[in-house]
Design a protein around this ligand. Structure first.
Ligand SMILES: Cc1cc2nc3c(=O)[nH]c(=O)nc-3n(C[C@H](O)[C@H](O)[C@H](O)COP(=O)(O)O)c2cc1C
Length: 421
């Protein structure tokens, strides 16, 4: 198995992540500690066993009939990678840069709300692992741990970004941005596909909205402006946290769409507070909207359909990526998410022109299965998967991933059941 005395390891600029495979092959494998099976289908099964009913429904549910989720997976399936042989990959490097940060790999932790329904350790555990691995972490406005605590857990100098669900209360918005900046979150990512949750059958049928049961309002309950808003209407957030929590979630998932006219104000606020750090829009799926982002001077976009949780019957995020990169890939920093389940998916997205990829459900399943250890195992496995992929498929760095390494067959869409993909 991979030789830990391989002299090339010393010359590499990034770790030999692939040795994590060796480490796991040597373990007693008693089932109580990692390794657990990181095949995404097995991860999902095991997470389901561990989670409360509500936790499982919230994490797994998609909009409507899950057809967007299915399309996301099918789109990966129709692109195939062409491996190369006898390339000297001994000094390969998995790293990249994002917004001025050198990071271990082009992989980030997508913003995911209310982590404490998956594991009591919540966002702090996830942010800690991200910091350790030097992968960017993104905190959701719907998180269940205060911004300041998450920043501290992520650690000094670790790259972290703040995802905004924008309230209709400008003072509250600027308070959140200021707290994020002061806690070391140095890019702002505005999510524009979720003025309220999409229609997700399981959640509705089970009245599954933890936010109305007192969970997931920590960013609000720790915010001076939001606390003032509570007292203004006679709610004491300390004595009546459940009512305050419901008010919080109704302030950020308010169902009142913002429009483009508000973007310059938000960019101006963020640039003023942060001294000009990047402003990103997450949720872009059309070339026309990418064009708007360029026109408005947005620094980056995340091509995302929220893992298929918002609009049922939508196009695959990977298909959107291809078209957007063709049109504006040289004018704006393009990131990608939705449906990534392994290193080869990351490589396909980068080959199609994304500069950086976020993963969501993969680490949610790890968190659900074994808290901090679970997240670490899943993400180290993903890094090992990428490192080994590069070693065996003949690639030396992120720069090697371009369209020439793909063969794409539009007819190879598959009708496999979604859970098999
Ligand atoms: C359970 C769950 C919660 C999420 N919460 C948020 C959120 O609070 N803010 C946000 O911008 N996106 C949220 N997303 C979307 C993710 O940021 C990301 O776009 C998506 O999960 C990527 O797809 P993947 O899970 O297939 O990797 C959530 C996704 C899931 C699965």
């Amino acid at each position: 198995m991979s030789d830990p005395t391989n002299p090339h390891i010393q010359n590499r600029t990034t770790p030999q992540w692939g040795l994590y495979q060796r480490e796991n092959f040597w373990k007693p494998n008693e089932g109580q500690t990692p390794p657990f099976n990181t095949d995404p289908r097995k991860l999902e099964e095991r997470a389901k066993e561990r989670l409360s009913e509500g936790g499982w429904y919230y994490a797994s549910s998609n909009a409507g009939m899950s057809t967007t989720h299915l399309a996301n997976r099918q789109a990966f399936f129709r692109h195939r990678i062409i491996p190369r042989q006898l390339i000297d990959t001994n000094s390969r490097d998995t790293s990249t840069t994002i917004f001025g940060h050198r990071v271990a790999a082009p992989i980030g932790f997508a913003p995911i709300g209310i982590n404490k329904i998956y594991h009591a350790s919540g966002e702090a555990a996830v942010a800690k692992v991200a910091g350790e691995l030097q992968l960017p972490y993104c905190l959701s406005t719907a998180g269940s741990t205060a911004i300041e605590k998450v920043g501290a857990a992520n650690g000094p100098g670790s790259p972290r970004f703040f995802q905004l669900y924008m309230p209709h209360d400008d003072e509250l918005t600027t308070s959140l941005l200021t707290r994020a900046w002061e806690s070391g979150f140095d890019a702002l990512i505005l999510t524009t596909d979720t003025w309220q949750l999409g229609w997700r059958h399981d959640d509705v049928a089970h009245s599954n909205y933890a936010f109305y049961r007192g969970f997931g309002a920590d960013l609000g309950l720790s915010d001076p402006v939001f606390r003032r808003r509570c007292t203004e209407v006679g709610i004491d957030p300390d004595k009546d946290p459940v009512v305050a929590s419901a008010k919080w979630i109704d302030s950020i998932w308010h169902g009142r769409a913002w429009s483009w006219e508000k973007i310059p104000w938000l960019m101006e606020q963020w640039r003023r507070i942060s001294g000009g750090r990047p402003f990103v829009i997450k949720g872009i799926q059309s070339v026309a909207d990418a064009h708007k982002c360029v026109e408005y001077g947005v620094d980056g976009i995340v091509v995302s359909n929220h893992a298929g949780r918002q609009v049922d019957g939508a196009i695959a995020s990977l298909d959107a990526l291809e078209k957007i990169v063709d049109a504006f890939g040289d004018q704006i920093y393009v990131m990608f998410d939705s449906g990534v389940r392994g290193a080869s998916d990351i490589v396909k997205a980068l080959a199609l022109g994304a500069k950086f990829v976020f993963v969501g459900r993969l680490w949610v399943w790890g968190l659900s299965i074994m808290g901090e250890d679970g997240v670490r195992h899943v993400m180290k496995s993903l890094l090992a998967d990428l490192d080994i992929f590069m070693g065996v498929a003949g690639f030396n760095g992120v720069k090697d991933f371009d369209r020439n390494i793909l063969e794409s067959d539009p007819k190879s869409y598959t009708l496999l059941p979604e859970r098999e993909l």
